[in-house]
Design a protein around this ligand. Structure first.
Ligand code: PGA
Length: 251
């Protein structure tokens, strides 16, 4: 069946020495055991190369947190898909709610990024989620439908197989408020149903849908045991080896 995927989104935390400490700690905690889930770390751009070197011959995979869809050019401060590939990144988080709200990223822009990431051979972790206001006004499913259909516009079924969807209710990110396992399961089942209607039942059954939003070692097991929850995108709790390992162990 689907292999669970645990990804750590470090956000704007950890300089190079902090990166060495955290990755060394995660590797030491795993020891010689190969986790029975896919584990991905997504440090800031400035730590990717260090992380890549430390992760050689380890089962832990490397991802970035964002990228520009252009391949090169006059885009001061931006990073291209091939630059990420060149430092050893395999995954890239796209459309995180902080990018959408703080940096004004639209569904169309995220769609462009997903296409360019795939073209460059990167595997997108495509984030979607409703705000508290949207949930309270009963439009959660409408918002998710818009984000999914526009974000995946022009993406083939073959390409969908390379994409992870991360459902992250914005009201649960960094707030300590987690969606209850039932609330999360309901939404995950909706997203899988949507993928079935846009593609096929077979494609939807294979689709990895992670949950994100205040995932911690003590709530991970219950969330991950839901039928349609295939992993976690972890923020705060991925910044210390012990708590990240606790979530990996919950798999
Ligand atoms: P959090 O962040 O675990 O700190 O809530 C999750 C995310 O933003 O990906």
């Amino acid at each position: 069946m689907r292999t669970k995927v645990i990804a750590g989104n470090w956000k704007m935390h950890k300089d190079v020495s902090g990166t060495i400490d955290l990755i060394t700690g995660i590797k030491a905690g795993l020891g010689a055991t190969t986790p029975n889930c896919t584990v991905i770390v997504c440090p800031p751009f400035t730590s990717l190369e260090t992380a890549s070197t430390l992760l050689k011959n380890s089962p832990i995979k490397l991802g970035a947190q964002n990228m520009n869809p252009e391949s090169s050019g006059a885009f001061t401060g931006e990073i291209s898909p091939s630059m990420l590939k060149s430092v050893g990144a395999e995954y890239v988080i796209l459309g995180h709610s902080e990018r959408r709200t703080l940096f004004g990223e639209s569904d169309q822009f995220i769609n462009q990024k997903i296409k360019k990431a795939l073209e460059a051979g990167l595997l997108p972790i495509f984030c979607i989620g409703e705000t508290l206001q949207e949930r309270e006004s009963g439009v959660t499913f409408d918002i998710l439908k818009r984000q999914v259909t526009q974000g995946l516009s022009g993406i083939s079924e073959q390409e969908l197989a390379k994409i992870i969807i991360a459902y992250e209710p914005v009201w649960a990110i960094g707030t300590g408020k987690t969606a209850s396992p039932e609330q999360a399961q309901e939404v995950h089942a909706y997203i899988r149903g949507l993928a079935a209607s846009l593609y096929s039942t077979a494609a939807a059954e294979k689709l990895i849908i992670q949950y994100g939003g205040s995932v911690k070692p003590d709530n991970a097991k219950e969330l991950l045991s839901q039928k349609d929850i295939d992993g976690a995108l972890v923020g705060g709790a991925c910044l210390a080896a012990e708590s990240f390992l606790g979530i990996i162990n919950a798999c």
